[in-house]
Design a protein around this ligand. Structure first.
Ligand code: IPD
Length: 333
């Protein structure tokens, strides 16, 4: 097995490259969003439905930015691998997942928001080494929010450390009912998927008298990468979704972890044949398309490790209420 360099200096260099590239393609992204400059001609813009599904769309901007990013990355790192939403999805998802350094890119995450002029949309650039995400940049050009992180080097928003809200202002939810959750509708719209997902939403929102979790709130923001940054900032307690791909998760996963957040496999237990004593939140694997993210929770005074324990407890509470939606994993393993 090849030994991959993941020391701090190497990770910082990868991060610097990713930040420079995100900034470089930012103006094209904003031109696309505003239909100005290179994307002024509206005919060059039309959103196309992928596989005939209008909910899952792609634009000329997605393709242009992915091409630009990969061309530049290939010049700097000719031996690395590349997985991108547009090139990979359009080539039928058939790629090998290896230990080699692999750039995992979504040129426009939240394409649906992008098309409808909702600015919660951005460029997601992740680097995985030994199959694990280690560098992440999520850049929202319209809002000018640049989220950056590398393993062991912390997470930042426009240079300020994450989470933005810190103790003592950052308090700890002690039960699911005190949490704000971000979830998504995703683009799969079959009756079976909708029934499962809406059933999970209903149980999460339903009052306790009727057996629900009575969650404090549930938000749908429209971009998996942005959702992860919101949890990393401390602007939401949790984000749960089954269905996105590695390019939606890779960069945000690093940012969330480096902000003290926790990531788990998002496959829910509701209706599943998992005995009570085996219901432990499992580790997150970004290639498996299921994620539960929990924000940083500070330790209680004099109780080291209590924040981590609470993250696990909240994860277990949520996973007991939501139902798994089966998806084939990304890539060949
Ligand atoms: C989508 C967004 C959305 C999530 C979908 C993703 P895209 O990515 O992240 O929030 O629910 O599962 O596919 O298509 O806009 O890059």
């Amino acid at each position: 097995m090849p030994v991959q360099t993941t020391d701090a200096a190497a990770l910082q260099a990868y991060l610097d490259t990713a930040v420079a590239l995100a900034r470089e393609v930012g103006p094209a992204f904003t031109d696309g969003f505003r239909r100005t400059g290179r994307f002024a001609a509206s005919s060059a813009f039309a959103a196309e439905a992928k596989l005939g599904n209008e909910a899952d769309c792609v634009t000329a901007v997605d393709r242009y930015i992915e091409e630009q990013l990969f061309a530049r990355l290939r010049k700097v790192y000719p031996t690395h691998r590349f997985v991108g939403e547009e090139t990979t999805a359009e080539s039928g998802d058939d790629y090998a997942v290896t230990d080699d350094p692999t750039w995992v890119v979504d040129p426009v995450d939240g394409t649906n928001n992008f098309v409808h002029h909702l600015p919660y949309t951005g460029i997601s650039i992740g680097l995985a080494i030994n199959r694990e995400p280690v560098v992440g940049v999520v850049y929202l050009p319209v809002l000018d929010e640049l989220y950056t992180a590398a393993r062991g080097l912390g997470a930042h928003l426009n240079g300020a450390p994450l989470p933005i809200v810190r103790p003592p202002a950052l308090t700890s939810p002690t039960a699911l009912s005190q949490c704000s959750l971000i979830a998504e509708h995703g683009s799969a719209r079959s009756a079976a998927v909708l029934e499962s997902r809406l059933g999970s939403f209903k149980r999460l929102l339903l009052d306790k008298e009727h057996g629900g979790a009575c969650l404090q709130n549930l938000r749908v923001m429209g971009s998996a990468a942005y959702d992860l940054t919101l949890v990393a900032r401390g602007a939401a307690d949790m984000y749960w979704e089954c269905g996105p791909h590695a390019w939606d998760f890779a960069a945000g996963a690093v940012i969330l972890r480096e902000a003290g957040g926790a990531l788990f496999d998002g496959a829910g237990w509701w209706g599943a044949d998992v005995p009570e004593h085996e219901r432990r939140p499992r580790p997150f694997d970004m290639w498996r398309r299921k994620l539960l993210a929990i924000r940083h929770i500070p330790d209680l005074p004099g109780k080291p490790g209590s924040g981590r324990a609470l993250q696990k407890q909240l994860a277990a509470e949520l996973l007991a209420v939501v139902q798994d939606v089966p998806y084939p994993p990304d890539g060949r393993h």
